[in-house]
Design a protein around this ligand. Structure first.
Ligand code: PGA
Length: 245
């Protein structure tokens, strides 16, 4: 069984989110893989009840660096947990890029999420220049070291890492997926690095232009524990197929 996370980003109206949640609850095969749906904050309180009993889990796309306090505009991991969220995506490259979210902030968010019993899905990944310069491993090491600094988990399943090469994310210019074999090699590197920091071997998911045509290749690899899916998670036919592989 692998873990497949749908990242709906900010792509849907509230009405569309509820409709996609209903379709997902109805059409995604239970028990084949662990499936998590991450709607935006406005839809999350409504999507939760729709997913109840469907076997699909609820996740958020971000959460605050504290449980409570003077953080205008932020959303508390405590309240996300109360709304039924089990997972939270943290440090997505779109937040790092557009909102200048640093690994120091991501680190605080991970700690706050863990304190509230949420499973952080830490996103890491390099830009194409870094890859071209052959500096991917060094870059990922730094990102992992800073994001996971002094993070303590009790068991391996308390935290997940998603490797998303930024150049491979479907909404970026000239995006193309990484080959499954290259991704597998990087996953092994990330797993070993994270194991040194966390003293536990956590799951590492792949994300970046995953679709109904290429998902099987990634899922076949023993080093790839699952997928973080953006664009293709918005098309119920494609996403339900991916979740049934
Ligand atoms: P994509 O997005 O599947 O559309 O490439 C993945 C992500 O950004 O999480």
């Amino acid at each position: 069984m692998k873990t497949i996370i749908a990242n709906w980003k900010m792509q849907l109206s509230l009405k569309e989110s509820l409709e996609l949640a209903r379709q997902s609850a109805k059409k995604i095969r239970r028990g084949r893989n662990k499936v998590v749906i991450c709607p935006d904050f406005s839809a999350l309180p409504f999507v939760g009840p729709i997913l109840k009993g469907s076997g699909l889990d609820l996740g958020a796309q971000d959460s605050a660096m504290a449980s409570r306090g003077a953080y205008t505009g932020e959303v508390s991991p405590f309240n996300l947990k109360a709304l039924g969220a089990k997972y939270v995506i943290l440090g997505h490259s779109e937040r790092r890029e557009h909102l200048h979210e640093s690994s120091v902030i991501v680190n605080l968010k991970i700690k706050a999420a863990l304190q509230n019993g949420l499973i952080p899905v830490l996103c890491v990944g390099e830009k194409s220049e870094i890859r071209k310069n052959g500096e991917t491993e060094e870059y990922l090491s730094q990102e992992l070291m800073h994001s996971l600094k002094e993070v303590k988990i009790k068991k391996a399943s308390d935290l997940i890492i998603a490797y998303e090469p930024i150049w491979a994310i479907s909404t970026n210019k000239n995006a193309r997926p990484m080959s499954a074999s290259e991704a597998a090699a990087i996953h092994k590197f990330i797993k070993a690095k994270a194991a040194k920091i966390l003293k536990k071997e956590v799951l590492v998911l792949y994300g970046g232009s995953v679709n109904a045509g290429n998902a099987r290749e990634f899922l076949k690899s023993a080093a790839i524990d699952g997928l973080l899916v953006g664009g293709a998670s918005l098309k119920i036919k494609d996403f339900s197929l991916i979740c049934s592989l």
